[in-house]
Design a protein around this ligand. Structure first.
Ligand code: MG
Length: 164
């Protein structure tokens, strides 16, 4: 049986993951509006992955016989200054999510919830990947600087990302 504390915390994380999905969808729309379809594609896949994260937690609750509580999803930010501004916000957001996941893991240890610990280990690894991929794009954008040709090439590169 899942404890009330762990259940509540996982339910909260479901909402955080849905918010991530929503936030990245808004970023995808921003890139569409600035004529960067490759970045928009990258962000759309990112958004879909976050939806998948929410469902992973959702399924864990169901499998453990817990009650799913879906909360309201906040309105995401819609305006950004530049591609670099967006990607810096992605990194910031993922760093926040990493600390939330770590907090959840600490709680699962405290509550001796072994199934939740195993499930959360997947998320701990995933967060390493999330921060790494945001950092990679930031690095590339910094190299491109103000060169429009470089930005177009990077956009083409990001267009190649496919859903897993
Ligand atoms: Mg996530």
């Amino acid at each position: 049986m899942i404890s009330k504390k762990v259940l509540d915390a996982i339910n909260e994380q479901v909402t955080h993951e849905f918010f991530s999905s929503y936030q990245y969808l808004s970023m995808s729309a921003y890139f569409q509006s600035t004529n960067l379809p490759g970045f928009a594609n990258w962000m759309m896949i990112q958004s879909q992955e976050e939806y998948g994260h929410a469902l992973k937690l959702y399924k864990h609750i169901i499998e453990r016989g817990g009650k799913v509580e879906l909360e309201a999803i906040a309105k995401p930010k819609m305006d950004y200054r530049s591609p670099l501004d967006v990607m810096k916000k992605v990194l910031e957001h993922e760093q926040k999510v990493t600390s939330l996941i770590h907090g959840l893991y600490e709680l699962a240890i405290k509550e001796k919830d072994y199934p939740a610990q195993v499930m959360l280990q997947w998320f701990i690894e995933e967060q390493v990947e999330e921060e790494k991929s945001a950092n990679e794009v930031i690095h590339l954008l910094k190299q491109v600087g103000d060169a429009p040709a470089g930005l177009i090439m990077l956009d083409r590169q990001l267009a190649a990302r496919k859903a897993e």
